[in-house]
Design a protein around this ligand. Structure first.
Ligand SMILES: [Zn+2]
Length: 452
């Protein structure tokens, strides 16, 4: 086949949104000097404890001294497909890698970050099988297992501050175990003695760092636990490292298994096309119908959590959060109208200015007070013969429950159109307790760098 024909066919072959997923780097910086720790999650896509913990550093922590850089989704395409590695094990690609490997570019990118002169120390978060113990106890607890361990490749390396890998790992082991009641769940330090002839580990990310004189550790939470419990252990480990290195931090939840579980999967928002549409998907229905997407354009979105992704699917689009399915978006395509940034609404009898993309709380009733140019569609409201709900008083009972965005049947879409063009959406929330939580920071689905 001729080259131009091959090229032409390559251009025709549809790249899915999943194939286009790239990892993100989040720089959590502080005003006070101190070391910089790089935390990596998701090198294998089926280890949710590690990547969920890394993502929580981005969404729930504030660094007070020193810096933490986070790549919470290194093998993002595999995370979203719930696969260890759609192109093989990424953690064996750090010694030699063919340039035509589909992950070549991503591996080069993370290597560059690891070698960045600002990075002092690297943590790679994994979920491992069983429970590592120095002596054989039984099939589950023995030296060949990986779970509940801090992995080092060797005792120490040449490094001005953090060369004593074993001493640092032992400190972290202690700081984790002090917080655990049940010794079955204790952590131990596992030395893989990679340079003494361990060809598999030589190909790993941490050993790449070690070869370049960068202190690096892997943390393994046991796959015998559910995701939230693994995440809890990872966070105990990460905090142990931060204490040891003198990195100051705050977090917005209590360090218990229960409150970690509560944080996972909460605050999931997707904002499409510069906030023309802002969907709260944490508690959404399995399918959202007639979502007005932009005609002839790539889907463009921001998200409140680095593990969120929109991927294409024969029956529309799917929103995924790490390994989990969140909701399906069944689109209807429109040209977009950019004329509207905000509008007036009467909410429970009081006039308010509302921005496109906002979520507003309503006790009893609302009335959209848009210009005559716009047609208002309250999704789930219908009155025979009426095509425009502008200026109309709307109560909860006027809207059919099955059209709600959320499973709790409290949140509804109000859409504005100008002629045939879509102008934007707001969400109307009839739930009793008003959500007062601070608005989440939104991340783009490509590389982001954020300052908390
Ligand atoms: Zn792993």
């Amino acid at each position: 086949m001729r080259a131009w024909l091959i090229l032409y066919l390559l251009c025709l072959s549809p790249l899915t949104y999943a194939d286009k997923l790239r990892f993100s780097l989040h720089k959590l910086t502080s005003d006070k000097p101190g070391p910089t720790m790089l935390v990596i999650g998701g090198i294998q896509g089926d280890e949710p404890g590690g990547f969920t913990a890394a993502s929580m550093l981005v969404t729930n922590y504030k660094i007070k001294s020193g810096n933490v850089w986070v790549v919470p989704n290194l093998n993002f395409a595999s995370i979203i497909r719930r696969s260890r590695g759609i192109y093989g094990d990424m953690n064996r690609k750090f010694r030699r890698l063919a340039e035509n490997d589909p992950e070549y570019a991503e591996v080069q990118k993370i290597k560059k970050i690891i070698l960045d002169q600002d990075v002092d120390i690297i943590l790679n978060l994994h979920d491992g099988s069983g429970f590592y113990r120095k002596k054989y106890i039984n099939k589950l607890y023995n030296p060949r297992r990986w779970g509940q361990s801090i992995i080092i490749d060797q005792e120490k390396i040449q490094h001005k501050q953090f060369g004593h890998l074993n001493a640092i790992a032992s400190f972290v082991q202690e700081s984790i175990n002090k917080q655990l009641k049940n010794s079955d769940k204790f952590f131990y330090v596992k030395n893989t003695r990679t340079n003494k002839g361990n060809p598999e580990m030589e190909k790993s990310l941490t050993y790449f760092a070690i070869r370049h004189h960068k202190p690096a550790f892997a943390v393994e939470a046991s796959k015998n636990f559910l995701t939230h419990e693994r995440t809890y252990y990872h966070l105990l480990a990460v905090e142990g490292f931060m204490h040891k290195l003198g990195i100051g931090f705050e977090r917005d939840f209590k360090m218990t298994r229960r409150s970690v579980a509560h944080q996972i999967g909460s605050n999931l928002q997707i904002s499409l096309y510069d906030n023309r549409i802002n969907l709260d998907v944490a508690n959404s229905r399995r399918v959202l119908n007639y979502i007005p997407l932009k005609k002839h354009a790539d889907i463009e979105y921001k998200k409140s959590n680095p593990l969120l992704a929109i991927i294409d699917h024969p029956h529309g689009l799917k929103v995924r959060y790490g390994n989990r399915f969140v909701t399906s978006l069944r689109p209807q395509y429109f040209e977009y109208d950019d004329s509207l940034q905000s509008l007036q609404l009467e909410i429970d009898g009081r006039k308010k200015t509302v921005n496109i993309g906002d979520r507003i709380h309503v006790d009893k009733s609302f009335r959209v007070l848009a210009d005559r140019d716009y047609r208002v569609n309250v999704i789930g409201f219908s009155r025979p013969g009426l095509k425009n709900e502008n200026q109309l008083l709307v109560r909860r009972k006027h809207i059919q429950s099955r059209f709600s965005v959320d499973r709790g049947r409290k949140v509804f879409r109000v859409e504005l159109y100008r002629g045939e063009r879509f102008s934007g959406m707001i969400l109307v929330d009839f739930s009793k307790q008003q959500k007062t939580g601070a608005a989440r920071k939104m991340f783009s689905n490509e590389i982001t760098s954020s300052r908390l």
